[in-house]
Structure formats: C-alpha cells, structure tokens
Design a protein around this ligand. Structure first.
Ligand code: PEP
Length: 253
C-alpha cells in the first residue's frame, strides 16, 4: 500500500497564538496507517511546534537551511545542524518562492541539499515550471533539468535520500490547481527520468504534488498512480482544512 506524505508549508505565517491554536488541533489528529504528516513552520516557531508535537507522529521540518551544515560566521542564517538539534526531521530545498524572490540557484540549492543530508535531515527538493514555460511546451525538460542539476552535484546516492515535490509555479497560491492528468503526466516524467538512472531509486522516490491543493481536490490528485502525497501551503494554515486533507488521504487505497 502506498504511504502518503501530507506536508504543510506554513511559509511566513503565524503568531505565537495562531501557531499554538493550530498545533493544539493537529496534536489530536488520528492518522490512518497510510499517511505521514509533516509541518514546516517559520524558524521562530519550530522549537515550540516540535515540543508540542513530541508525542504525536507528526514530523517537523524547516522551510530552508544554510548552505553550510555547521554553525559558523554566516549572519542571519540557520544551519542544518541547528535544525536537527531543535527537532527537525526534514527541510524544504528550492521552494519556487526562494528560487524566484531570493535568487536561489541550483548551485546553492545543491549545497543546501548536501548540508541537510550530512545531518540526516530529509531534503524535499521543490521543482516546477512557470506558466510561460508550460506554454512553451518545454516544461518537462525544465523540470528534469532542475532535478539533474542537483543530482550532478550531490550524486545519486545522496539524491536517493530525498523527496521530490512537483509544484507548478502557476498553481501555487493561485487557486489554479493542476488537473490530476496534468500532475500525473509530470510525476511520471520525473519517475521515468529517475528510472533511466536507477530503477530502485525511481520506484522508491516519493513525489509530492503541490499547488492549490485543498479538501475538494486532494483525493483526485493523490489518487493518481505516481502522486505520493501533497505539499500544501494556504490550506495547511487551517487546522480544520489540513486535518480533513490528512483524513481524506487516509481514505485513498
Ligand atoms: C506551496 O507554497 O508550497 C504551496 C503549494 O502553496 P498553496 O498550497 O497555497 O498553493
């Protein structure tokens, strides 16, 4: 049976009170055996969330990490080692908002990927195309290039520790969700691309879909053969919506 990962990216959202309320609800979740859940609060809230969820199976991750794994002279950054120490299990690498607005390129993302793996944080590598790139018809190559440029630097062995999140940029925060057919097409392209390198890697790789997922479309998308979970932004900020989505994933078999 497929094991789904439902991941909530809280982005730059949350106050002490709203995070406290959200976590109190999530701690009560009764998850189906085929569902894993992870949440990605801001750095400020990771410690509180990790402690509050310590009795739950919900994992806590970070939305980013420094490109050096260890502590050091890098003002304003947080290292993978520090994230591990505070209770993180995973880290998002290369979310499109960081690629777009903070100019994070594949070279630096590969360093972050290596930093994460060096302390056993699972990197969730985010890839996806803009609407223009989709319209150009070249989106499949753009996505596989995003993946291969990381593999070329980190190597296939390290890459096998990752999770991939396919997030079409035009679907993020727009309400324009990819259809299950559009998403499945890209997920299969990614899996076939990996299979050309190593079949086990391809078969074992969890590939999440992200982009305007909500409780009305999640079953449709996660019901597709190559979609292994969801990376959820907006809807993960509502305890009610996110809990419902986790429960709906548990109903897919
Ligand atoms: C995201 O930012 O990773 C995301 C998928 O956002 P949303 O669900 O709001 O589209």
């Amino acid at each position: 049976m497929k094991k789904y990962l439902i991941a909530g990216n809280w982005k730059m959202h949350g106050t002490k009170q709203s995070v406290c309320d959200l976590v109190a609800s999530l701690a009560k979740l009764n998850l189906a055996s085929n569902v894993d859940v992870a949440v990605f609060p801001t750095y400020l809230h990771i410690d509180y969330v990790a402690q509050s969820l310590s009795k739950s199976t919900i994992k806590v991750g970070a939305q980013n990490c420094a490109y050096q794994e260890k502590q050091g002279a890098l003002t304003g950054e947080i290292s993978a080692e520090q994230l591990k120490d505070i209770g993180c299990k995973m880290v998002l690498i290369g979310h499109s908002e960081r690629r777009q607005y903070l100019a994070e390129a594949n070279q630096v993302l590969a360093k972050k990927f290596i930093a994460a793996c060096s302390v056993d944080l699972v990197p969730i590598l985010c890839v996806g195309e803009t609407l223009e790139q989709r319209s150009s018809g070249n989106y499949q190559n753009i996505i596989t290039n995003q993946i291969s440029s990381i593999i070329d630097i980190v190597g296939i062995e390290l890459f096998s520790k990752a999770i991939i999140a396919y997030e079409p940029i035009w679907a993020i925060g727009t309400g324009m969700v990819a259809t299950s057919i559009q998403a499945q097409e890209v997920h299969l392209v990614i899996r076939n691309f990996l299979a050309n390198i190593n079949t086990d890697l391809a078969n074992n790789m969890q590939i999440l879909y992200g982009g305007s997922l909500n409780s009305t479309n999640i079953k449709d998308l996660l019901g597709m053969p190559d979609i292994d979970g969801g990376l959820i932004g907006g809807a993960s900020l509502s305890a009610q919506d996110f809990s419902l989505m986790c429960n709906l994933a548990g109903e897919i078999n």
